[in-house]
Design a protein around this ligand. Sequence first.
Ligand code: MOS
Length: 739
Amino acid sequence: MTNRVDGPRLVTGAARYSGDHSVEGLVHGYLVLSTIANGTVRTMSADAALAAPGVLAIFTPFNPLRYAGPWAQGPGYYLYGPNRFPLQPGDREVRHHGQVIGLVIADTFEQARDAAALVEAAYDARRPNTSFADGIPDAVVPPPLTGPPVVDVLVPGFGSIDDALAASAVTVRASYSQRPEHHNPMEPHTAIAVWDDGRLTVYSGAQGPLLHAQEIAVAMEVEAAAVRVVSTHVGGAFGGKASTWPPAVLAAAAARQVRRPVKLALTREQLYSVTGHRPAVVQEVALGAARDGKLRAIKHDCVSTRSNVSSLYNGVSGYSLGVYCTPNVHAGTKVVTLDIPPATIMRAPGEEAGSFGLECAMDELAHELGLDPIALRLANDADRHLTGGLPYSSKHLAECLQVGAARFDWSRRKAEPRSVVAGEWLIGYGMAVGVYGANRYEMSMRVAFRRDGTVHVGAATADLGTGMRTVLSIVTAASLGVPLSRVVSWLGDTALSPDPMSIGAMAGAVGSAGSSSVAPAIRAAAEAATKALILRAIQDTRSPFHGLAPEDVRYRDGVLSANGQSVEFGRLLTLMDVDGVTATGTSAPDATPEHTMSSFAAHFCEVRVNRFTGETRVARMTSVVDAGTILNPATARSQIIGGVVWGLGQALLEGAEVEPATGRIANANFADYLIPTNADIPGIDVYFLNYPDTIFNPVGSRGLGEIGTVGSAAAVANAVFNATGIRVRDLPISPEKLL
Ligand code: MOS
């Protein structure tokens, strides 16, 4: 168990976030946002603002920035980002409230902000289409995103999933819904752009710095190699900084035009409309089962919002294809396109809502059948995915359930809802499971032996806050048999990339793929570096191993030895007068896997619901996780706790309020958009099974950044039902719904 190697920097304020970098000659930008959701900007008056102190330039659709766009729509790098960018020539269309319609550049932040307030816009406004509820009857099947929007698997004889449901002895059917959820990173998107002789450096938090650099380069119409992105500390992400959003592009374009370095920081309120959110979704789940609880049919349909300025929707129903064993399944997705801010991915996108629907429905089925919810899940444990039919590489969900039940003391649960009362509190237990696909990308890493006795390891991918920098150090130390204190790890700077064109490295820290992509590449790089060191040692006349065959020299724990002589690598490099020996290693997943690879979790929750106020307090949680080999228990545990906290936020607190008439997000601030605070979070007991999955990767680890979020909201909702007898199917479970 290793604490974060960057922990002291993070907690003493030494860590530099994007906005913390100081650059000589820096000027500041401030955005002007639209106050309508649909229409055309007829005129803008910037004269008063231009005359304000310190103002250098004001960019609007009438005085546009020069950069390339609008960008390509649809799949590709821009999948998770916006498909149009603001302040380009002739683009006066407003498609959502809070859209960027102006950028003021001034000597100081305050001058830019104050001048922005003087910019006036006149619009030809149209009635915005912002009501999700009104659009649902006309929802349409969207183009595929990551998978087909409609999937049916039926046994012969059934014409549709409804036939399979009708033939089932018992059915439950319910509709579940949730509002839009918004990313709230510690540092709202901030970029500092510095041009130097045609080359651009952008300090901007990014989950994939290489991808970010590539996207900025496309917009600036320069070679990707001319753009360096520095994202040493991301400042909070989990989807919100997976793609490029306006601040980085606008700062870069403005800096080029005003010939000064530009810093552009979003305010917390601006974050809500300028960057992406998790789309609202309504889902309908129907389960058909035999009396013994064996599932016969799962019908899972969802409708998601979709912004007219981005491609992404929340296709949550596909989740049901990979959880339980059933002969018949249907997953369908539709969308309602609205004049709302762009969407993006957010921690376990699709799985979080999909698991809420499916796991609540399973709880409803268990109640209907009079079965224990754990027994129902065990009876339907799947050994393969329902589409494709590939068996799991390593699955121990049943053990997660058993171990979790014991740790949580599940046997004390009363099956009868509303039967445990302590004073003013109703007490209930709930559980749910989660499945999240194990992803990994092709990744290249660089490892260097240095003459000062340290080992350097680096890649352009980022530590979005998960502790990847620590994992990097641990895996490097273990691969080379050197103490952790001698490993220096670098992340989050495109200048570190050994292979700028590696698509996998470009994606960066997304899809819970970071550590499992990086770790095997480090092993490969460590092996290559060791070989390179030995080669150097036998070729250099100053080396005691000069002239030997490579197989005669042995590397072990930082020491080379042959013929009874042993030399530590730092001393060897000093003897040879070499600064270091560097090698790159690459590791990629199987192109044609023969298994389905996923991480699994079982969550158990105790809630206390106040009989008089309807307030729900989560009293305790246990999460048992099967995510392969755990590379570092300390940071892994933090990831699961973090994921569970997101689930609790989703269950009890979060949701944007969009005013239908204006499209304005009414609660775009920390006072009104509620996220869990420390006082909302009880002790969370996390336990890892730790079975290596070497089919997935040579290190045996699977992702665990997102699995904590999958199923945790359902565990809370199911506990609330057990406590109160009330099924709240519309998130968040706010007090008035329990009165
Ligand atoms: Mo994750 S939503 O892939 O950061």
